[in-house]
Every structure is written in C-alpha cells, then in structure tokens.
Design a protein around this ligand. Structure first.
Ligand code: CA
Ligand code: ZN
Length: 300
C-alpha cells in the first residue's frame, strides 16, 4: 500500500504541484502527517511565537489518482485516523476569535492515551480525531494550506472523521489530494484558533466519479450530507453554503425552488466549522432521513 511520509510536506495547494505518489481509483493510501506546527512544539516552554512561521500548516502529499481529470470528483473515504500520544494547544496573544479573554501566550502539551485527551488533573475528554486540512489542487490560484476554499483546504470541520466520505472537485489531472492538520478534539468555531493539534496517520480510499459538477466540498456520513463553504466573513460563508445547498438539492430532487428553500429552512441546519482562519467556514447539514422518500444520493 502507498504510504506518503510526512517529509512530503506542502504549504500550499497549487494547480501545478508534483505528485508525491500515484494510486489507481479504489486503492488506499496512508498519509503520515505533522501537526500544524510541523511538530516544532513539544514542551510548554515553547510558545507559538518561537516557531518558524514558514513551516506552519503543512499538509502531506499530494497524491495523484489515475483517471481523475478536470470536471471529475474525488470521493475520499476516511478509513482510519491515528494520532500521536500527545497534542498541543497554544493560546496566542492577539490571535483567534477571543484574544481579549486571554492572559497572554501559553502552550499546553496534552497527553493522549487510550482514546482520551488529558486536559488537566481534573478534566479528560474522549478524543474525536478529525482532519483539519484536506483538499485538491485548485483551478487557478495557489492557496496556502492555512486557507480554506472551494478546493477544500483548512476547513477545520469537526465532522471530517473516520468513517466519513468527502467529495472534492478535481480541477487538475490526478486531482492531487493532500491532507494534514489533525485535531484530537475541536469544537465548532475553533474559537481560540487551534484544536488539540496532533501529528498522526490518515488512511483513505479514493474513488473517482467521472464528469460531475461540484462547486464546493461535500461531506457525507451515515446520517447527513454537509455542504461546506468558506467566505470572508460568517455572512458570506453562510450565503455561499445556502446557495450551494439549494443547488445540491434542486439538481437531485423533483421539487420547485420554493419547496427546496422551505425544506432548507425546516429540516437543514446551518452550522459553523471555524471562525479563525483567513476565510470563515460554514456547513449546511442535510439530514438524509428527511429526504429518504426520494433516495437522495450524491451521485446517480
Ligand atoms: Ca486548521
Ligand atoms: Zn489545526
């Protein structure tokens, strides 16, 4: 099986990236990932300010998928996420959504053992490992790994976990899939500006869906589709997500524009992924159960 090592790090999603490895459609691959600080922080003495900023937000890859051509869609099954035995959180003066609430900069090393993250002597939490950064090569502009967009990237969507499938647009031959920035745990909003940042390994299976229009990443789990969108602020992100959700449902269901809009208002949930990256990310949760009479599906 293909394994892409963490030294195959990229710091931006680029239309003309060179593939680190290639697989056939339906094959699996493992990405070994560094944490968002490129594993530079491993002690409470090291503040975020001491890190080399040029190596912040690495992703591992990219992985080319044979037969993937512009206009196709990658269907990426997250088969497994393993994390390292400790994670890192940094409070950073003047960063994040709540800088006024901080005492100043601080680094916490958070031990992770048997599926639990130990926050302090009193508080431990079951981990819910998620993929913060996952995307394909963009259509035109090169996008830093810290920025989300229609190619995916730094969406910090806490629902991207083991057992889910994410659909990503293909704009360049091979798709060029890269991922990283695992969080052992993160809440919606990611308000401090990080989750429990952790190195690890992600195993995926990638299939290619030929010639299907996809404006933005879509996540699927057992119960929901999530339409994901990023904008300059929450209003813009929400507007994009609502437009794309309407389009997604309208093209798949025999319903009028008004009916789709009504259903968006009564059974779909507009949710926040993160409000701390260069663009803000929202998602609309579409419950499959509500549309089961129509057998709503992503493709076919
Ligand atoms: Ca992130
Ligand atoms: Zn992160």
């Amino acid at each position: 099986m293909v394994e892409i090592k963490s030294d195959q790090a990229i710091y931006s999603f680029s239309p003309d990236a060179q593939a680190a490895a290639t697989i056939k459609p339906g094959a699996t691959a493992t990405f070994v990932t560094r944490d968002c600080f490129s594993n530079q922080i491993n002690s409470p003495d090291q503040l975020f300010e001491s890190t080399d900023w040029s190596s912040i937000n690495p992703a591992t890859g990219p992985l080319a998928i044979e037969e993937a051509e512009p206009g196709d869609v990658l269907a990426v099954d997250i088969l497994d996420i393993e994390t390292a035995e400790y994670g890192v959180m940094t409070a950073v003066k003047d960063m994040g959504a709540i800088p006024g609430l901080l005492d100043g900069s601080e680094t916490r090393i958070i031990p992770i053992k048997n599926g639990w993250a130990r926050f302090n002597e009193i508080l431990s939490f079951p981990v819910q490992p998620m993929v913060g950064v996952i995307g394909t090569a963009p259509r035109e502009a090169t996008v830093p790994c810290g920025t989300p967009g229609t190619h995916g990237g730094n969406m910090d969507n806490k629902e991207i976990i083991k057992g889910t499938r994410i659909y990503l647009p293909v704009w360049q031959r091979g798709g060029l899939l890269a991922l990283g920035d695992l969080h052992a745990l993160q809440g919606d909003g990611e308000v401090l500006f990080c989750g429990i940042e952790v190195a690890g390994r992600v195993t995926v299976r990638v299939n290619v869906i030929k010639e299907l229009e996809l404006a933005t990443p879509v996540l699927e789990n057992r119960d929901y589709f999530y339409i994901i969108g990023s904008g300059d602020d929450l209003d813009e992100a929400a507007k994009l997500v609502m437009d794309w959700t309407h389009q997604f449902l309208k093209t798949r269901l025999p319903l009028s524009n008004n009916e789709v809009a009504m259903l968006m208002s009564i059974v779909c949930d507009l949710q926040i992924c993160q409000i701390v990256d260069p663009l803000i990310t929202c998602r609309m949760a579409i419950p499959k159960k509500a549309f089961s009479s129509y057998q709503l599906s992503f493709a076919d």
